[in-house]
Design a protein around this ligand. Sequence first.
Ligand code: PGA
Ligand code: ZN
Length: 428
Amino acid sequence: MNIKKIDAFQIYDSRGFPTVEVEVTLDNGVTGYGLVPSGASTGQFEALELRDGDKNRFRGKSVFKAIDNIRKEIAPSLIGFPVTDMKSIDMKLIELDGTNNKSRLGANATLGVSMACARAAANFRGVSLFEYLGKGQGHLLPLNEIQILGGGAHANWAIDIQDFLIIAVGAKSYQETLEMTFNIYHAAGEIMRSRGKSVGLADEGGWWPDFSSNEEPFEVLLEAIRMAGYEAGKDIAISLDIAASDLFDGRVYHLKKDGVSYTPKEFCELMISWCNKYPIISIEDPFADTDYESWRAFTEQVGGRVQVIGDDLFTTNIDRIKNGIENRLANAVLIKLNQIGTVSETISAIEMTQSAGWLPVVSARSGETEDAFIAHLAVATNAGQLKVGSFSRSERMVKWNEVLRIERILGNRANFIGGELYRRILTD
Ligand code: PGA
Ligand code: ZN
């Protein structure tokens, strides 16, 4: 079944910023769409998101050039292609772009087309997207990593740390992870209200971080876990995304809220001390994407008991992940489709991560859409973990809810191993 038509449109993401929607139509009239997300605390090694930069329109953020590239360059080259040949379609996109970071056509252009083709192919086959992407081998429902308190670039730097999240390591089912999250998210809201700190939500739906220090959120989080009737460390573990590339000036790390700067060695000690003091099971981007020495030292010391995730460090890029594996920089990889710009490359990044015995975490961006593609990707690849921001706002909930639907479709083929997953990497 061949591609008959590819069209693209400007739509708007969860921050109200322009983004790309692609629609692919096949010879038999079957269609597929893809909606492209967008980050705020982006890594310097990510594929390029093409924006028009016209200060007089959409504050420079419109994506009409990317849409033009889809209509004028990509569509003519892909019309007539068999839609189920995902690898060849994505190879063609890479070849057409011709750069090593999708900077000519834009990763938002290539990804939109890649996602829409995958979905059209699944629709043509009459199967769910996860069945198509996983060739019928995907059955593992993910353990969720869910933000309770936002921060950093997603909350106007009210505090420096970007994400305070929870992982329901004691949950016996996917549904239970959501129930436990519900209880804690709302307990945290109640605590924030009772302290006069309920002043809204951050970009990914977590409570706005109206705190006087970077450590105060731990106290609220631990109290919320208690209030909801759970034991921290046993039922619920804490997870952090430091997004430390944003804190590093090439020499020192700044925690502005606390008025303290740290050398890389001191910052590494601080991160280790937090891991010792709080029930932290997972920590993402504790160091900048160029501070390899700290990554390696930290992983050597705590990697046996804490999941160490590279996000900006790896940018879903196979070469960077390979280097990380060889140099033992982490033990897990955050996976974001638009960091690399095609579905096939994203799946290859997941496979490389898994083949090294590391854990992938399929992730949304801070600027999201109503597309639940990543829920399917997580199950298709048996990634085991999904990170989508908080437990509010429909661009987040659409992903959590989609996994519930996938669970129903899988029926007794569905598998959930919860916190057991970490046995694969945590040996201490
Ligand atoms: P971003 O944040 O989408 O703004 O990059 C998400 C993350 O850092 O994981
Ligand atoms: Zn991150």
